[in-house]
Design a protein around this ligand. Sequence first.
Ligand code: ZN
Length: 111
Amino acid sequence: MLDAYPAGVQFSTYPCPCGFYGDSRKECRCTPRQIQNYIGKISGPLLDRIDIHIDVPAIAYKELSSKSEGTSSGQMKQSVIKARRIQAERFKTEKILAPLEIGRPKGTTYL
Ligand SMILES: [Zn+2]
């Protein structure tokens, strides 16, 4: 029942018990079996309901705590507005704004 999980729900997990698998800054010391068991704890039906899986590398504390400006909320808002305009133009004949609204008849893809 996909409808039981609203859009926008995010799940996050470490990639392995120690949390450093794939991290370029520190070596993971977990065995492949430990990693497999760790990942295996996440329910298959739950994973099936997640549309996008993204590996996000850890960010060093120094980088996180730096005073650099980065992207402001206003700039981010403008990017979202622009993306929604593109999406509205793309699906203007079907009146679809969000990916969740896209029906997926077999054999049909939207690119
Ligand atoms: Zn590890």
